[in-house]
Design a binder for this molecule. Structure first.
Ligand SMILES: [Zn+2]
Ligand SMILES: [Zn+2]
Length: 279
């Protein structure tokens, strides 16, 4: 880190729906959604897709070992956002206490029940007692939650099947906003997304679909990069990071999309595994 005020945002998985590997997907990677935000004093993870496995490995190989505590902000429980959890070595080894946050569920035990029904034998061969070790918190949307000395976050609703929440994360004076998975177009929710994403340094936006695809996929809970850039311009966002790439999308297709998006707003990036942004 360059100075005390830096935060480092890193992409561990940028794919939506399901892992998609192969030689045509080497640049952007195949792992599903996972991001980390690190400051001098705190380690934060957003979503636990298959990218969480590599993040866990990196933390385990640090000379000082993995952090004793990690806050994991979940947008929702769809499988592409939680499938990395049973592979997260710091949790499974018992070395790291994981606090899991989500605002969609009415109480911690409802969330824990959903998670342990989904990731349990015979669907997945995990010792389900590991889910009992999670410290689950379900703050109301809009409530300020403290995540360490210089970090706080607020959840806000997204428009997505089964419900999802975005996160406005304020860390060491920088603001990162996660708005995936989200289908733009429902005015009451769009207004809240715009409110919570205003003036952010980095907006992480759901760009699953092209405009052509969107017409046939209304109600599936995803958006386009064009919708993200229109919003970002209106609400004075610094950089916009497009994510949740369709598993069908090849590197060539994503590079083309990124080029088109940059022509509209040059501070746009398409998320790829390993991408690090210092803010
Ligand atoms: Zn998803
Ligand atoms: Zn989803």
């Amino acid at each position: 880190m360059n100075s005390k005020t830096d935060i480092v945002f890193k992409v561990w998985g940028a794919r939506g729906s399901i892992f998609a590997g192969g030689s045509e997907r080497n640049v952007f990677g195949g792992d599903t959604t996972c991001f980390s935000i690190e400051t001098d004093g705190h380690f934060l993870v957003v979503d636990a897709g298959s990218g969480l496995r590599a993040l866990g490995h990196e933390l385990m190989t640090r000379p000082e070992g993995p952090p004793s505590e990690i806050d994991l902000l979940l947008t929702h429980l769809h499988i592409d956002h939680i499938c990395g959890l049973p592979f997260f070595a710091p949790l499974i080894s018992g070395l790291t206490k994981v606090r899991l946050w989500n605002s969609v569920y009415p109480d911690p035990e409802t969330l824990r029940g959903a998670l342990s029904r989904g990731l349990a034998p015979p669907i997945f061969p995990v010792d389900t007692t590991v889910w009992d070790t999670l410290e689950i918190r379900v703050p109301e949307a809009g409530a300020r939650i403290s995540l360490g000395p210089e970090s706080m976050a607020r959840a806000f609703p997204l428009n997505h099947p089964d419900g999802a929440c975005g996160w406005r994360i304020n860390s060491n004076g920088r603001v990162v906003v996660i708005a995936s998975d989200h289908e733009h177009g429902k005015q009451s929710i769009d207004a809240q997304v715009a409110y919570y994403a205003r003036s952010s340094d980095l907006l992480v936006w759901d760009a699953s679909y092209t405009e052509e695809e969107l017409a046939a996929r209304r109600g599936w809970g995803h958006s386009t990069w064009q919708q993200g850039l229109k919003l970002a311009e209106k609400i004075n966002v610094g950089r916009t990071l497009m994510t949740h790439h369709s598993p069908e999308r090849t590197d060539d297709a994503l590079i083309d999309m990124e080029r088109s998006a940059k022509a509209v707003a040059d501070k746009t990036l398409f998320a790829r595994e390993g991408l690090t942004i210092a803010l």
